[in-house]
Write a new protein. Structure first.
Length: 461
């Protein structure tokens, strides 16, 4: 029986891969054993949801890097010579005032522009941090293939290095549309790299030295369910949330304190929306929390420290996904993902910030408004504005498929215009969908499974 390792270190991978047709198709293959490699905290949940006769779960300690391994990871991060990393570097300098750290980071960024330096680094890194903690798993299962679902995660990098040492074929995947230019250097070149779209593949060639002939574009597997026929009917969805299906709905996803602290823009936005004749569904972050300056996110929720509790505005519903405080333990079930899709499908306008909700909304062709102002004046290093200078968001803004608003008054004006003319900017939103989501034909999961099985069949031949 052939064995495939599938990594699931970050909790969201269960939504992105394990709950899709890609995983379902693999587990239907009779002579294939699937081993999900997961963090210790996630293993019991994954075994309960996905375990079966040919599916097992192996837990690993997702330990932070230390010693030489930490040095290797820091260097990998700074060798990524993207505009996004330059902004992150300057932001860190403004926050920490550590000149030495900034100069060292800048030095490695300059080195990272040289291809031979990147090649040498990968070779040295494979010796210094070879992933020996996975040796027992490789010796026990003797896998035919390792599928890394997030090539920029440290644990994934280590298991890929172990696979290279054991001569095992590897397939890596870029987990999200922004990863190539915002995370680290592609530390291991897999035998195949799976991406959502050709644009992301081109970025992997430019920034990660990935050979273009070894890149496969499949689309977004969990978007296979982002179709009206899979969603809850409008009346049922509105009734569940206590909303009026006869009235229009604006979906607002505020930023998490994982990215912005001391910047409670939500009350300002809700006040700006007052009088526009639309209900507002405020979807709270899946990871972290959003500062609400006293608004109650749901009945019975505790007050935030040091804040006076304000009454909830009429026509506003807070939707709390109830996620944990970190990306490892977050868990999004198919039902929770369907609820997210319902929220987008049944909204008339989506207000968000520099997040993946942009791509989610574009997949449903919803008008997109981006918040580009803070609750109070602040330096760029602490402002929401810094994120719109990242490579991927600059491309989004240049497309014309979104509207970046810089004041509450402008937000109200743009939302009012979209409510009246929802077709506005439709062609540009189509560009976003095409460039970052790919085909929405319900077959992305099938294409991913076909890619993995094709590589297994090549080995068998």
């Amino acid at each position: 029986m052939r064995t495939v390792f599938i990594t699931c270190i970050r909790g969201i991978i269960s939504r992105n891969i394990l709950s899709t047709e890609a995983f379902a198709a693999l587990r239907r293959v009779p002579d294939l054993r699937l081993v999900i490699v997961a963090s210790e905290s996630r293993a019991p949940v994954l075994l309960r949801e996905f375990g079966g006769p040919n599916v097992s779960v192996e837990r690993i300690a997702a330990r932070p890097p230390a010693g030489l391994a930490k040095l290797v990871w820091v260097v990998a991060t700074n060798l990524l010579a993207s505009s996004t990393r330059s902004i992150q570097r300057r932001t860190k300098l403004a926050r920490d005032r550590n000149i030495f750290d900034y100069v060292a980071s800048l030095f490695f960024s300059l080195l990272g522009r040289v291809r031979i330096v990147r090649r040498i680094f990968r070779a040295i890194a494979a010796q210094l941090d070879p992933g020996r903690e996975f040796d027992t798993l490789f010796a026990h299962y003797r896998p035919a293939l390792v599928f890394s679902t997030d090539v920029y995660d440290l644990a994934d990098v280590r298991i890929l290095r172990a696979a290279k040492r054991y001569g095992v074929r590897t397939v890596g995947m870029v987990r999200s549309w922004d990863n190539v230019t915002s995370k680290t250097l592609l530390s291991v070149i897999p035998d195949r790299l799976v991406v959502n779209t050709r644009r992301i593949g081109d970025e992997a060639v430019r920034y990660g030295d990935m050979p273009p002939e070894r890149i496969v574009s499949v689309g977004v597997p969990h978007y296979d369910r982002y179709r009206p026929e899979y969603c809850t009917p409008r009346n049922d969805f509105f009734r569940k949330l206590g909303l009026d299906p006869a009235k229009r709905l604006t979906l607002f996803t505020p930023p998490s304190d994982r990215y912005l602290r001391g910047d409670p823009v939500t009350p300002i936005i809700l006040k700006a929306m007052d009088g526009l004749g639309t209900q507002v569904l405020v979807r709270m972050p899946l990871v972290g929390r959003s500062e609400l300056a006293g608004y109650r996110p749901q009945t019975g929720a505790p007050r935030q420290s040091g804040e006076a509790l304000a009454s909830r505005p009429p026509g506003v519903v807070f939707d709390e996904p109830g996620g944990p405080g970190d990306f490892v333990d977050v868990h999004m079930t198919p039902e929770a993902d369907r609820h997210l899709a319902d929220s987008i499908l049944h909204s008339d306008v989506v207000i968000t910030w520099a997040s993946t909700m942009i791509i989610d909304a574009a997949a449903f062709d919803k008008p997109i408004v981006l918040v580009g102002f803070d609750a109070s004046p602040r330096p760029l290093s602490r402002s929401i504005r810094q994120y719109y200078r990242y490579d991927h968001h600059r491309a989004i803004l240049a497309s014309g498929g979104v509207r970046l608003v810089e004041s509450p008054e402008e937000l109200a004006e743009v939302v009012r215009g979209y409510l009246e003319y929802p077709e506005r900017d439709r062609e540009s939103r189509e560009w976003i969908r095409r460039e970052y989501a790919g085909e929405l034909d319900g077959k992305a999961g099938e294409r991913l499974a076909a890619c993995l099985l094709g590589i297994l069949d090549q080995d068998r031949a």
